[in-house]
Design a binder for this molecule. Structure first.
Ligand code: SF4
Length: 472
């Protein structure tokens, strides 16, 4: 627990996020932080942490434009706050003062500004105090994105959202509900979704954009039966490009559904155990066992899909040994992609309310093991992102066997290509490139399936307008 007082209201949320990272390491202690800048150019800042006072000055050149001023000032405030907290708590955070969701953005900024790949680790640690190992990881990621990354404005990604799952995992904060609660809406939902897909496909065609990749996500799209899955996929005309379908929950996978996916050109699927310990699976609200995962995995292997397997580090009651044993067994299967998530105390998940987070002290150890073991086993890290409230200030990282990097994962995480998204809760994103103000504009569909259906026509008109304007 901590109290935070500051006169820099505009930066308060970002600064509080950094303090929260330290709070995770000393949950039983309560402490106070006061950060005073005096306003204006904010050249100097005075920080008091539980009675200990620190003063810092900003010697960097401060840009005159609003965005530039904000960026440099925030960097100064965060670095100063990190230095003060570090001095009091004697704790280095793996990502230093960096709290943002996409650390690779900072790496690209440096790289595009002329810093060579081999010089990136040093430049990264110098900017926000990022640890040596995370700086090296970021430099590796940039290098492994070469040839897969694009920001070509002629392309868009196409996303379809099926916000249904067999049961709701305790850690979930995605837009997804247990299918039992939505039974009566499934058929109308599939009909409406097809309509939305067809009109979005039409607008993409009119705009002469090319589709770079397709991603059917959720939720668990394979919770739909083979017939309904076939209906949804029949509305999507794109072939011979990267085409992913999440089949995350192993208990939803059947031969018939896999046949449907293969027939429509899907070439990449996710089969996710998260852990191979049944007790943990039960604890986190998943309705399958490790044996179910192995069965689904070998069924999927009979087809010509690239397979991704998701794991989570930091699950309740799991030790580093349990995590490494899961990872070792997964690596033996040689899936083309392995994604390692850090459990996050996300708003909306049941865990956010529980005290079990205190058990995640091992998470850092698990992620270190994953980075080393995967690298030694021939996997390369190729994308990375962070979420708010991740214990230990860690990350989610995607690994691939060389040559198997997913274009969708890279361009979505780097936000380099516009996304046309369909379905309840799906968010379309337009990458607007302007010489002085490149930015992302978003259009979010209604999350609740019932409301999505009720307001379909009105919302569909608004979305079409958004797409027409942003796809120009
Ligand atoms: S499978 Fe994924 S989307 Fe579905 S409830 Fe679990 S975490 Fe949420």
């Amino acid at each position: 627990m901590f109290d935070f007082i500051t006169d820099t209201e505009e930066y308060k949320a970002e600064l509080a996020e950094l303090i929260r990272q330290f709070d995770a390491y000393c949950p039983s202690e309560s402490f106070s932080v006061e950060l005073l800048s005096g306003g204006g150019e904010m050249r100097n800042v005075e920080i008091t942490v539980s009675g200990e006072k620190f003063c810092y000055s900003n010697t960097a050149e401060i840009p005159r434009d609003k965005l530039g001023f904000r960026k440099i000032t925030l960097r100064f405030l965060k670095n100063s706050l990190y230095a003060a907290l570090n001095a009091v708590f004697k704790r280095d955070l793996p990502w230093g003062a960096l709290t943002g969701v996409r650390p690779s953005r900072l790496a690209y900024e440096l790289f595009n500004g002329g810093v060579a790949l081999e010089e990136l680790p040093e430049a990264l640690s110098g900017t926000y105090g990022i640890s040596e190992s995370k700086s090296a990881l970021l430099a590796d990621i940039l290098s492994n994105q070469r040839g897969y990354f694009t920001d070509d404005g002629n392309y868009v990604n196409f996303y379809v959202h099926i916000p249904l799952c067999p049961t709701r995992c305790k850690y979930c904060s995605f837009v997804s509900v247990a299918i039992d609660k939505q039974k009566k809406f499934i058929l109308p939902y599939v009909d409406a979704l097809k309509k939305e897909i067809i009109s979005s496909v039409g607008l993409i065609k009119e705009s002469n954009k090319k589709v770079l990749s397709v991603y059917i996500g959720g939720g668990t799209p394979t919770v739909l039966d083979a017939e309904l899955l076939n209906e949804v996929l029949s509305a999507i005309p794109y072939k011979n490009i990267e085409y992913t379908c999440e089949a995350g929950r192993p208990e939803t996978i059947t031969r018939d559904k896999l046949k449907v996916l293969a027939r429509h050109g899907v070439n990449r699927i996710s089969v996710n155990p998260q852990t191979l310990f049944d007790e943990t699976l039960k604890n986190i609200g998943r309705d399958h066992t490790a044996a179910d995962f192995f069965k689904a995995y070998s069924l999927a292997r009979e087809f010509d899909f690239n397979l991704n397997v998701d794991l989570i580090a930091g699950l309740p009651d799991e030790t580093p040994q349990m995590f490494s044993s899961t990872l070792d067994r997964i690596m033996e299967l040689r899936p083309e992609n392995i994604t390692v998530h850090t459990l996050s105390k996300k708003r909306g998940s049941v865990f956010a309310e529980e005290d079990t987070l205190r058990e995640y002290r091992y998470t850092e150890q698990m992620m270190d093991y994953a980075h080393t073991a995967l690298k030694n086993s021939g996997y390369v890290p190729y994308y990375l992102y962070r979420q708010k409230q991740m214990v230990g200030n860690l990350e989610n990282a995607g690994y691939a066997l060389k040559g198997k990097q997913s274009i969708n994962n890279i361009t979505t995480m780097e936000e380099s290509v516009s996304v046309i998204a369909c379905g309840a809760g799906a968010i379309s994103k337009a990458v607007i490139k302007q010489s002085d103000n490149s930015h992302i504009e978003r259009y979010a569909n209604i999350k609740d399936i019932k409301q999505y259906l009720e307001q379909f026509d009105e919302r569909e008109n608004k979305k079409q307008l958004f797409l027409k304007n942003s796809l120009q």
